[in-house]
Design a protein around this ligand. Structure first.
Ligand SMILES: [Fe+2]
Length: 394
């Protein structure tokens, strides 16, 4: 490889700034040890390197996806030599005689294990006392400036609820905004639902009744991760929006009432939709943990919770825990109350920021709110793409 050769491509379309140079490289028991110019030392597994080799017979140069399967590599494959090239890439020679592999130093540094997992954004938990209103952004500005749009998306990711205000009244605007983030998730409530009173309501949402805090579509194996509510008109009395950070409440219960927290995380409930034309059902605990014990979702809608068929003592634990959870969620400490104004677009994490509303007087004015669902994946992907573009433009 010549000193001035461009750096190898990477198995993705991300931008990997070269923040550190390789000062030494050697093989250790068939793996590769790299020493960086800040003194950090990292060992790379032979198979991580082999399957991410950017050579065109291993990595398709257009799709940037690996072409091989684990059985395409010899079981005893080993790196036999490693060195830094003149252009900064790492070159690795292999025991089976294949062509040497070369790796981008920015990509390599970013994928090394240095003793701690890479930093990842974590939810910023809130009460209504420390966050009385959702983070808010000027709507037209956000639509015109990718940096403001990105700030709105990051606030949604971190706080679970974020608002655009001052948007114009346009048919189709809600879909257009959400499609800038990603794919809209259609449901049995249609692609775009309108929160208005129906003569034959298939949800309490289509009545003027108050709605206690809840999530939507907890009846699905994976309920929508995002919900967007765009206020077209609201001159009725009442109907204020209610929001609470269910993660905050659950974390506080974990610390102060471990038995309640255990019941919320361990006892499954079934949720069933009540409809003449659909019969969705899904089961899960109220608070879902990941393998590390972190809260990753809630499943909570009182009017969609099915009767629990379980021993009475289990039912008793479950009911007491749900009652306590609801008690805290609806307390002034945790529940924020907001007024929907024409031009508002509220975005929230349907599986974290529980929402509800006060009852309203349907005869006292007009209330016209449109909604759509999407998923967390779309949000995270959009954030990464906007960040990638910003990094590439530097
Ligand atoms: Fe809802």
């Amino acid at each position: 490889m010549k000193d001035l050769d461009p750096l190898p491509i990477t198995p993705d379309f991300d931008v990997w700034p070269v923040t550190h140079a390789i000062t030494a490289a050697r093989t250790v028991d068939g793996d590769v040890e790299v020493t960086w110019d800040d003194g950090a030392v990292c060992r790379y597994h032979r198979l991580l390197l082999a399957e991410n080799d950017p050579a065109p017979d291993i990595l398709h140069p257009l799709s940037r996806e690996t072409l091989l399967s684990p059985i395409d590599f010899p079981a005893d494959l080993a790196a036999t030599a490693a060195q830094a090239c003149g252009n900064g890439a790492l070159e690795v020679t292999w025991s089976d005689g294949r062509a040497p592999s070369r790796f981008h130093p920015g990509w390599l540094r970013a994928h090394g294990w240095f003793g701690t997992p890479p930093a990842a954004p974590e939810p910023v938990l809130w009460t209504a006392e420390d966050l009385p209103e959702p983070p808010a952004f000027d709507g037209p500005e956000a639509l015109a400036d990718p940096a403001v749009f990105l700030a709105w998306l990051k606030a949604l990711r971190d706080y679970g609820v974020a608002r655009l205000y001052g948007l114009p009244q346009e048919d189709g605007l809600l879909e257009a905004v959400v499609q800038r983030i990603g794919v809209i998730r259609e449901t049995n409530f249609d692609r775009v639902f309108t929160l208005a009173i129906k003569d034959d309501p298939d949800s309490n949402a289509y009545t003027p009744h108050a709605l206690p805090l809840h999530m939507d579509l907890g009846t699905r194996e994976c309920p929508p991760g995002l919900q967007f509510l765009y206020t077209r008109a609201n001159t009725t009395t009442g109907g204020e929006g209610l929001y609470a950070d269910a993660y905050r409440v659950a974390e506080d219960l974990r610390a102060s009432e471990p038995a309640t927290f255990a019941a919320l995380t361990e006892i499954p409930w079934e949720f069933n939709n009540r409809s003449k034309t659909s019969a969705y059902r899904a089961t899960g605990p109220v608070v879902e943990l990941d393998t590390a014990g972190r809260i990753r979702a809630v499943r909570y809608t009182t009017w969609l919770r099915a009767p629990m068929v379980a021993p009475l003592d289990v039912q008793d634990r479950a009911y007491r825990a749900v009652r306590r959870f609801a008690d805290l969620l609806h307390s002034p400490r945790y529940m924020m109350q907001v007024t929907y104004r024409a031009g508002d677009l509220f975005a929230f994490d349907n599986r974290r920021a529980l929402h509800g509303r006060n009852g309203y007087d349907a005869k006292g004015g007009e209330r016209f709110i449109e909604g759509v669902y999407s998923d967390r994946d779309e949000l995270h992907s959009a954030i990464r793409i906007l960040e990638r573009k910003a990094l590439a433009a530097r």
